[in-house]
Design a protein around this ligand. Sequence first.
Ligand code: SF4
Length: 137
Amino acid sequence: MIKEINELNLEGFKKIPNNEKAIFLPQCLRSRECKAKIGDRGIECLNCGKCSICEFKKQAEIKGYNVFISPGGSLVKKIIKKNNFKGVLGVACIPELEQALDLIKKTNIIAISVPLSKDGCVDTDVDWKKVKELCGL
Ligand code: SF4
C-alpha cells in the first residue's frame, strides 16, 4: 500500500515548493544518548552528530524543507494543521504510517512515506538513501 501511494503521489509531492512541505522523522531514530528536549516543534535536535538525523536535517533544511522529529502522532497532527503544509513525507513504522496515511487521505495534503527498515522503540533505522531520493536531496 505504501509503495502504491508513493508512486501515485510522488510527482505531485515534487511539484510543491519545499518550504510548503514537512518531513517527519520518528524520535526512535535518535541516538540513545540524545540530549534533545521536546518543544512545540517536536524534539529539538542539538546537532550533536550522534545520529544520522543531524546530517539529513541539515541537508533537507538547506533545500527549504521543514524537518520535525516527532514524539508521536498527535503532535504531527497539530504541526500540520498549524502550518498548513501542502505535502508531507513521513518516516515511521508500518502501523504508524498506516494510521497517518488514513488520516491524511481525508485532506488535500499530498503524502509520501518511508517505513523504518528496522523498527522497535529504540535504535531504529531507515534507508536514508531512499528518503533523500524521495525529497530530491
Ligand atoms: S543529532 Fe540531534 S537527534 Fe541525533 S542524537 Fe544528536 S541531538 Fe539527538
